[in-house]
Design a protein around this ligand. Sequence first.
Ligand code: AMP
Length: 173
Amino acid sequence: MKTLHDALRTIPDFPKPGIQFKDIAPLLSSPHHFNETIETLKTHHQNDQLDQIAGIESRGFLFAAALAYALGCGTTLIRKPGKLPGTVHQQSYDLEYGSDALEMQTDALQSGQRVLLIDDVLATGGTVSAAHKLIQTHFDVELVGATFLLELTSLNGRSKLADLSVHALIQVD
Ligand code: AMP
């Protein structure tokens, strides 16, 4: 049986030259590997007493929803600008060229809730550190950590999350 790592696929030069894109589609489409992913994350986080799992658009939603169901907690969305209705909080962040932003609805989290951030890949850490800042600035909650399917260790994204507990199921260079 293939390991979780074997169930990932690397696509060179996508979406632009020089990027080794980690395609999680084979893992998601394998019932065995998707189940193993969620069950392993469940075991890791089952004592965190989570109220909400905040998934980062878009592949983070897949893991946020499945893990929230497995743990019996709620899930909430962190989205790119203009996607969420009603009043939102926004946090912008720098990209290699230009900038982007993340948004959450202002009532997405309640005071005192215990919250876990989740995304598929930790690369440079820019996205998740913006999500961290968004939650920290606008919500009076306890952010218990950030969890990922895959960490690209050579990009050292963890260094941007120094004050957060970071976990990844798979680590590659
Ligand atoms: P970063 O902000 O650099 O940590 O990038 C994280 C976000 O970009 C995640 O939401 C990933 O889905 C995506 N991402 C970045 N690099 C890759 C990669 N090499 N393969 C697949 N997804 C990536």
